[in-house]
Design a protein around this ligand. Structure first.
Ligand SMILES: NC(=O)c1ccc[n+]([C@@H]2O[C@H](COP(=O)([O-])OP(=O)(O)OC[C@H]3O[C@@H](n4cnc5c(N)ncnc54)[C@H](OP(=O)(O)O)[C@@H]3O)[C@@H](O)[C@H]2O)c1
Length: 420
C-alpha cells in the first residue's frame, strides 16, 4: 500500500474523498464538480492499493467538524470502466457478477439472447462478428479494460486489434490451457510450458491468436494480456471427460437410472476442474493491472483429482451409484473421431497447474470451491427446474453402443486367451 498522498486541514466545508482506486484526473474533476453544495472538495484522498485494481469500499469519507461521515460516490465518477464481450456465458457470467460486486463500471456486449439486463451492468447489443454493428455500439466509448471471451481465430483477434487499438488501456484475450504441449513432457504446467497441440485445431487456433497479439504488442504497443482457463464450470454444467456440454442432465439421469458411464483411460489420470467463481477472482484481479500487459496466465483451482474421483463426486451429488466402464482414450477416439481434441488433446492427459504466477500478480487470488462442493451447486440448479433436465438420447445410444462393443470385445479376448 502506498501512503496517503495528500495532507490537508479539514474544515466544515471540506469533503475528503477516499477510495481504494487510482483516481484519474478526469474522475477527480468529476468528483469535485458533482459534490453537493455546500461542501467543496479540498483534497482527494488516494488510498492506492498496488496490486488490487478494484475498489473495496464503495463509500467515501467526508470529514465535517472533525467527524468522519460516510457517503456514497456515484460509481461512474471513479470506477474502472470495463467491457466484456460475452459476459453471460459459462465462464463470463461469474466474472460479470464479481466485477459488479467490486464496483467496476461494467459494459456487456452480446446479442442479448441469454440473460438480458444483468443488474448493475450496461448492455450493448451487437453481434461481434458484425464489425459495423459493433463499431456503432461502441461509438463514443473508451475503456480501462476489454475482455473478449469469444475470440477463437486470428481473424477474430485481427478485428479486435483494429477495434480496440485506441479504445482501451488493456485487452484481455481468453485463450485455453489446452494450448500447452500435448502430449506433455512434464506433468507440472507453468506459463512457460511450450505451446503445441497437434491434436486439437481449437488449441492451435488459440495459439495463433496469442502469437498475433504478441506481435501487435511488440510492433504497435497493443496492450494485451492472455488468460488461459482450463476446464471451468458453473452451475449450468456437469464437466466430465465423456459427457454432454449442452444437455448436462444426460449423465446425471444416466447415473440415476443405474446406467454405466464411460471414464477414459483407467480413471487415474490427474485433472483439475475450476469453478467459475474461482476463475472470476483471478480474472477480475487482472483488470486494469498495468504489470500484466504482455503476460499470459492460467487461472485454475489447486485441487488435483483423478477422473475416477471426479465421476464419483458427480455420482455422490446425484445420489447415484457410480458404475464406471474404463475405456482407453484411443479406443474412444477410434469410435468417436470428433472426441480426439477434447480427449487426446486435452482431458486424457494428466496435468497439474502451477498457479504461482497468477497468485504473484493477484495476491488475493485463491480458489476455494472444491469440486465435490461446486458440483452439488450444479445439481441443485439443474434439479430446481424440469426445463433444465433435458436428455440427449443420441449420446445415450452412442455410449450404450460403445460400452456394449467394448465389453463384448473384452469377453471375446478373455475366451480366446482361455482356449489359446
Ligand atoms: N469453459 C471452459 O472449460 C473453457 C476452457 C478453456 C477455455 N475456455 C474459453 O472460454 C471462452 C468461453 O467463455 P464463456 O464460457 O463465457 O462463453 P459461452 O458460455 O460460450 O458464452 C458466450 C457469451 O458470448 C456471447 N456471444 C456469443 N456469440 C456472440 C456473438 N456473435 N456476438 C456477441 N456476443 C456473443 C453470448 O451471449 P449471446 O448469446 O446473448 O450473444 C455469451 O454472453 C472461450 O473463449 C473458450 O475458448 C473455456
Amino acid at each position: 500500500m502506498l501512503r496517503l498522498q495528500a495532507r490537508f486541514r479539514a474544515s466544515a466545508r471540506t469533503r475528503v474523498i477516499s477510495t481504494a482506486l487510482p483516481v484519474s484526473a478526469e474522475s477527480e474533476r468529476l468528483v469535485r464538480k458533482n459534490l453537493p453544495a455546500p461542501f467543496a472538495v479540498r483534497a482527494i484522498y488516494l488510498k492506492h492499493v498496488r496490486h488490487l485494481s478494484y475498489p473495496t469500499p464503495l463509500t467515501s469519507c467526508a470529514i465535517i467538524r472533525g467527524q468522519a461521515e460516510r457517503f456514497p460516490v456515484p460509481k461512474e465518477l471513479y470506477a474502472m470502466k470495463v467491457l466484456f464481450i460475452g459476459g453471460t456465458g459459462i465462464i463470463s457470467a461469474a466474472c460479470t457478477r464479481l466485477a459488479i460486486e467490486r464496483g467496476i463500471d461494467l459494459y456487456l456486449l452480446n446479442r442479448g439472447s441469454r440473460e438480458t439486463g444483468v443488474p448493475g451492468a450496461h448492455h450493448l447489443q451487437a453481434d461481434i462478428k458484425n464489425q459495423a454493428e459493433t463499431a456503432r455500439a461502441l461509438s463514443g466509448h473508451t475503456f480501462d479494460a476489454v475482455v473478449n471471451f469469444i475470440a477463437f481465430t486470428p481473424e477474430d483477434v485481427e478485428r479486435d486489434i483494429a477495434l480496440f487499438q485506441n479504445r482501451t488501456r488493456q485487452y484481455l484475450f481468453i485463450s485455453s490451457a489446452s494450448v500447452y504441449q500435448k502430449p506433455s513432457t512434464h506433468y507440472l504446467i507453468t506459463e512457460s510450458t511450450p505451446l503445441a497441440n497437434p491434436l486439437w485445431k481449437y488449441s492451435r487456433d488459440k495459439i495463433a491468436c496469442e502469437e498475433r497479439l504478441m506481435r501487435a504488442y511488440r510492433e504497435e504497443g497493443f496492450p494485451f494480456t492472455t488468460v488461459r482457463p482450463s476446464l471451468t464450470y458453473g452451475e449450468t454444467i456437469i464437466p466430465l471427460a465423456v459427457g454432454t456440454w449442452n444437455r448436462p442432465w444426460t449423465i446425471v439421469d444416466r447415473m440415476r437410472r443405474g446406467g454405466k458411464v464411460i471414464i477414459p483411460g483407467d480413471g487415474s489420470s490427474l485433472w483439475t476442474i475450476t469453478h467459475n467463481t474461482d476463475f472470476a477472482k483471478g480474472l477480475v484481479g487482472l483488470l486494469g493491472h498495468q504489470q500484466a500487459i504482455g503476460h499470459a496466465f492460467h487461472i485454475t483451482s489447486d485441487e488435483v483429482l483423478t477422473w475416477d474421483q471426479i465421476y464419483q463426486a458427480v455420482a455422490d451429488a446425484a445420489g447415484a451409484e457410480l458404475r464406471p466402464v474404463h475405456i482407453a482414450s484411443d479406443f474412444l477416439v477410434a469410435c468417436f473421431p470428433e472426441m480426439e481434441g477434447g480427449l487426446l488433446g486435452d482431458k486424457s492427459v494428466s496435468v497439474v497447474f502451477d498457479n504461482t504466477k497468477i497468485k504473484r500478480f493477484v495476491p488475493d487470488f485463491v480458489a476455494t470451491v472444491p469440486f465435490a462442493q461446486g458440483i452439488r451447486r450444479s445439481l441443485a440448479y439443474l434439479k430446481s427446474d424440469p426445463a433444465r433436465q433435458q436428455v440427449d438420447e443420441d449420446s445415450n445410444r452412442r455410449w450404450d453402443a460403445v460400452i456394449e462393443a467394448y465389453e463384448a470385445g473384452r469377453e471375446q479376448a478373455v475366451q480366446r486367451l482361455r482356449t489359446a
